[in-house]
Write a protein that binds this ligand. Structure first.
Ligand code: LMR
Length: 350
């Protein structure tokens, strides 16, 4: 729907209107009009923090198109990217109040609601993206979604971004000891905090929207994120070294306001489910494709400007990182943090 039209449609269901096509005594026409009340319309605001040209950004736009098409325009989806509406975990409170209807926060941002989702933050937990999808689509993924549902949200689907890389403006990161004493931005996550403590670094919690200026002004030395988030927010332009570590995973849980969900008639709930299924299939494709393409663009920048060094680790160096950080797992065996059953269940997922 165009911006102007969007402005006109109210965010609450539009009251049914009785339209009388004729005037005077034409009973036949009056009867037809009464039998056809205008369909209820709904506005669904979808807030996220990344750029439109990222896996989440593109999938949100795809979802908008698909749901408007399936619902025949009865649901007007409005996507707000780049923290325009809500920053980081602030969106979860807004969803509870139905001030916004949909979001896809990264797992770390559920920390205060369902800390168990930090399972996905554990470094080197997943062998590859197929293993990760089997965990999400299997028993462990379902348990985590149920925990979110119990907290009063509608847990719709897991979305991918990808594996994270490490960067710094202070020192090349080749072995874990190179991180010692450096300040790294983290999302608010106990796991990420422990990960950086394990290598003697200083983790600093910071909202995504402030990372670029934090790096530029030297408030932090480095950060970790996916190629897509690094490229689209230009973090590589304010860093000197980028190490391809793929040490941890960044992904999302798409959630909806329960109040909004319960206000939808059954046929529109079915349309939401279908549009989400289609958007999730697309999202996985976008994630693989964009992280590849945008890594090549970072490489091009490095070659052209000579301002960024990209470091590829040997197997031995990568194993040193794995050994240094994966020893934190037992710290999260407690049920109130992640739980041994979920960690071991994910590791054992075939
Ligand atoms: C971050 O804060 O680094 C990410 O959660 C941003 C995102 O949503 O991908």
């Amino acid at each position: 729907m165009t911006k102007t039209m969007k402005g006109i449609v109210s965010s609450v269901a539009v009251a049914s209107l009785l339209l009388f096509t004729g005037c005077g005594d034409n009973k036949e026409e009056t009867k037809t009009a009464e039998a056809k009340p205008a369909a209820e319309k709904f506005v669904l605001k979808f807030s996220h923090v990344v750029s439109p040209n990222t896996p989440k950004g593109k999938a949100a736009d795809y979802f908008e198109k698909r749901l408007e098409e399936l619902s025949d325009g009865r649901i007007d989806v409005q996507v707000y990217p780049s923290s325009q509406l809500y920053k980081d975990n602030a969106v979860l409170k807004a969803l509870k109040l139905d001030s916004v209807q949909m979001a896809a926060p990264s797992f770390s941002k559920f920390g205060k609601i369902v800390p168990q989702l930090a399972l996905f933050d554990l470094p080197f937990l997943f062998k590859d993206v197929d293993h990760l999808h089997r965990v999400q689509d299997g028993e462990v993924g379902q348990k985590l979604k149920d925990m979110v549902t119990e907290k009063g949200y509608v847990a719709l689907s897991f979305w991918d971004n990808g594996f994270k890389q490490l960067s710094s403006s202070t020192k090349p990161l080749i072995l874990p000891e190179d991180a010692e004493g450096q300040k790294f931005r983290i999302m608010s996550s106990k796991v990420l905090e422990a990960q950086f403590h394990a290598v003697g670094a200083n983790p600093q919690m910071m909202p995504f929207s402030e990372v670029y200026s934090g790096l530029q002004q030297g408030v932090i030395d480095g950060q970790e994120n996916t190629n897509s988030n690094i490229y689209t927010k230009k973090f590589h332009e304010v860093q000197k070294y980028l190490t391809v570590t793929n040490h941890g995973y960044l992904g999302y849980l798409v959630v909806m306001s329960s109040k909004f969900w319960n206000s939808l008639p059954a046929d529109l709930q079915e349309d939401v489910k279908q549009a989400m299924k289609d958007a999730t299939d697309k999202e996985r494709e976008y994630a693989a494709q964009l992280n590849n393409e945008q890594f090549n663009l970072i490489k091009e920048y490095a070659e052209k400007t000579g301002k960024l060094e990209i470091i590829n680790l040997t197997d031995e160096q990568k194993n040193a990182w794995r050994d240094a950080v994966s020893k934190i797992y037992p710290e999260f065996y407690d049920k109130n943090s992640i739980g041994e059953d979920l960690i071991k269940g994910a590791l054992a997922t075939e």
